[in-house]
Design a protein around this ligand. Structure first.
Ligand code: DGY
Length: 319
């Protein structure tokens, strides 16, 4: 029996999966585990099941010790994990692609609707108790039919968002490191373009690429200025892909019409200027937040750990 350390609360189904084969030490606090506590707990672990709120770096791997075999992130994004540091130490790193694709695309589309149809503004107005009544020009938004969605990063979540856009009568362009399969491109009516063209032609730009040095502030002041003045930006990927100060300025100055954000540059902090703007919808990193999806993510992470501890190939290794 090995020792598995789980760095935060995860669904019981995943804990049971782990407990069937190993001793499990799972942090059960309602707050995130503190760094010192985490470093102490991982000592002697054979596997670490990590949440995206915990940094897994050389310090943590060394605190765990040389017996550590696997780090299983309960997330598709793994910018919290120093993968080269894992590789150097012979530790397998895994993530959870696939199982959160549809839930995250739902939230991307929810934010597109919130931003373009001013749903947050309407909700705040009613809750404020202010008088209101139907009016021909009251809280007019922007329709999606016949408009163009530009997808930055056309992996599974980008494609699932494109599928939703087609159902809303939108055209789709995308920017991605690689071309998607011709059959999928035809089904989605999606055309691959460079980022410059995507920014110029899109009525909504939705960000779905992974975060790393190559995508830090991929969308900054220059890119926002290249968008249509009537366009919207949505980010459900990782906060630092968008320069939040530049976005706040662009929203304030009318450089673009609006935005919807599920992720933030210094999460959980939100740029204070964004909080004062009506034309941005803000939700607290809810992309994968359904009971079904979080259970599937945690069970997949558990299966990844178990596979490595059995000396088998894990279902979803990173890289
Ligand atoms: C992920 O899996 O990377 C998501 O951001 C979690 O919600």
């Amino acid at each position: 029996m090995g020792k598995v350390v789980v760095t935060g609360r995860i669904p019981e189904a995943a804990l049971e999966t782990l407990r069937a084969e190993h001793e499990v030490d799972a942090w059960a606090g309602s707050e995130s585990i503190g760094r010192e506590e985490l470093l102490a707990r991982v000592a002697g672990a054979d596997a670490v099941v990590s949440l995206l709120t915990e940094r897994v770096d050389g310090e943590l791997l060394d605190a765990a010790g040389p017996q550590l075999k696997v780090v299983s992130n309960v997330a598709v994004g793994y910018d919290n994990i120093d993968v080269p540091a894992c590789t150097e130490r012979g530790v397998t790193a895994t993530n959870t692609p696939g199982v959160l694709t549809e839930a995250t695309a739902d939230i991307a589309f929810g934010l597109i609707l919130m931003a373009t149809r001013r749903l947050g503004e309407g909700e705040r107005l009613i809750r404020s108790g202010q008088a209101w009544k139907w009016g021909m020009f009251f809280l007019l938004g922007s329709g999606l039919q016949g408009k163009t969605l530009g997808i930055v990063g056309m992996g599974g979540i980008g494609q699932a968002t494109a599928r939703r856009a087609r159902a809303f009568g939108m055209d789709v362009v995308y920017q991605s490191r690689s071309e998607i399969a011709p059959g999928v491109a035809a089904e989605l009516g999606a055309r691959r373009v460079e980022l410059d063209e995507l920014l110029a032609v899109s009525d909504v730009v939705s960000v779905h690429c992974p975060y790393g040095p190559a995508t830090h502030h991929l969308i900054g002041a220059e890119q926002l200025a290249a968008m249509k003045g009537t366009a919207y930006l949505v980010n459900t990927a990782r906060g630092p892909i968008v320069d939040e100060a530049a976005l706040a300025a662009a929203l304030r100055d009318g450089v673009i019409a609006g935005a919807g954000l599920d992720v933030f540059e210094k999460e959980p902090q939100v740029h204070p200027e964004l909080l004062d703007l009506e034309n941005v919808a803000l939700v607290p990193h809810l992309g994968s937040a359904t009971v079904e999806t979080r259970t599937a993510m945690a069970v997949l992470a558990a299966e990844n750990s178990l596979a490595v501890l059995r000396d088998e190939q894990p279902p979803t290794p990173i890289g």
